[in-house]
Design a protein around this ligand. Structure first.
Ligand SMILES: *Cc1c(COP(=O)(O)O)cnc(C)c1O
Length: 391
């Protein structure tokens, strides 16, 4: 596919390799293995001397189609699809790091990522230092001689802090470490971390890439040498956190509408953020598209718009926040995000419930904080749903 096509076109046309039937839509190849023409061909495939499929733990044409499409959107040389977003992170770490290595990571990460770094990797003698998402000098100060990886999400969840990808990529390079960015909230439609200097992009395809709350999936993107020879693909093919062909096919079809969905999510979220800012019972709104966001300028230079996630602090703490949730009828009470359906969550008692009160206070996650992942419903209907509990 030509490089000068626009993202919405790439999202529809990249990765199509028609079979002998010349089908128009992407084919779903449900097969665990592939047949060789001869013993010599089997040997050549296994030896890596001839390209082609061997076994679907390694590669599958439907999964490959998704990988090509996502790579085109992120402007990455290579994409490796994985079974979930978490397995994309695990596969990257297992592929690139060894016992004794050190990670510097943002303090504002997805809860399971914190758990993986803090509790599981630690058992394999990989230590992580958590630092402020926004303080570049703190990352610099946390570097050790054995630092191999910087890891961040931007905007962060739930407070929408923005990490400066360009500046942190310079610090990482100087430290001899790779910079990995979990681009789940923005997707390549709003932000391309590899273009800004990151080495690795991580996706939970479960979120906006599918976009309709149907399947789990993930992806690792970056340059070919790092991912293919660096051991990331080797880990996947050996250990097997592989994306299923069916899920790949669902996500492929999800990508076709990624741009129009993301633009619509962001448009709705911007209207919600402005409306929430005007409500008397709201203390504060966190949304990178609002000029009141402390890093509005950085957000504007780094991402195309504010995205689809808005957090806000309700006056009256947990009781008032829970009332907003319990009075909602339309919005789904769930921690998932990136769906056409709006979702509402109370981070302090759900996604961030297992960390100490002190750690929550440090992170700025108050008892009155709510996070809405704004869906594609009419914005006045979402507002009316929240207005009841806010009254
Ligand atoms: C959901 C999520 C993940 C994990 O993805 P799964 O597909 O649930 O494994 C990782 N990072 C972020 C930012 C997420 O929102």
């Amino acid at each position: 596919m030509s490089d000068d096509l626009q993202p919405e076109t790439l999202a529809i046309h990249t990765g199509i390799h028609r079979s002998q039937f010349n089908e128009h839509s992407e084919a779903l190849y449900l097969t665990s293995s592939y047949v060789f023409d001869s013993a010599a061909q089997a040997a050549a495939r296994f030896a890596g001397e001839e390209p082609g499929n061997i076994y679907s733990r390694f590669t599958n044409p439907t999964v490959t189609a998704l990988e090509e499409r996502l790579a085109a959107l992120e402007e990455a040389e290579t994409c490796i699809a994985t079974s979930t977003g978490m397995s994309a992170i695990l596969t990257s770490v297992m592929g690139l790091l060894s016992a004794g290595d050190h990670i510097v990571a943002s303090r504002s990460l997805f809860g399971a990522t914190v758990n993986l770094f803090n509790n599981i990797l630690k058992r394999f003698n990989i230590d992580t230092t958590f630092v402020s998402a926004t303080d570049v000098s703190a990352w610099e100060a946390a570097v050790r001689p054995n630092t191999k990886l910087f890891f961040l999400e931007t905007p962060s969840n739930p407070l929408t802090e923005i990490s400066d990808i360009t500046e942190l990529s310079k610090v990482a390079k100087k430290a001899g470490a790779w910079l990995a960015v979990d681009n789940c909230f923005c997707t390549p439609i709003l932000q391309k971390p590899l273009k800004l200097g990151a080495d690795i992009v991580i996706h939970s395809a479960t979120k906006y890439l599918d976009g309709q709350g149907r399947v789990l999936g993930g992806a690792v993107l970056g340059n070919r040498e790092l991912l293919m020879e660096g051991g990331v693909f080797g880990f996947l093919r050996t250990a097997g956190p592989t994306l299923s062909a069916f899920n790949a096919w669902v996500i492929l079809k999800g990508l076709e509408t990624l741009k129009i969905r993301l633009d619509a999510h962001a448009n709705n979220a911007m209207q919600m953020a402005r409306w929430l800012e005007a409500q008397p019972n709201i203390e504060r709104v966190y949304y990178p598209g609002l000029p009141s966001h402390p890093q509005y300028d950085l957000a504007t230079s780094q991402q195309k718009n504010g995205g689809g996630i808005v957090s806000f602090e309700v006056k009256g703490g947990k009781q008032a926040a829970w009332r907003v949730i319990d009075e909602s009828r339309l919005i789904s009470i769930t921690a998932n995000l990136g769906d056409t359906k709006s979702t509402l969550t109370h981070p302090a008692s759900t996604t961030h419930g297992r960390i100490s009160q002190e750690a929550r206070d440090d992170a700025g996650i108050s008892d009155g904080l709510l996070r809405i992942a704004v869906g594609l419903e009419a914005v006045q209907d979402i507002q009316a749903d929240l207005a009841r509990g806010l009254a």
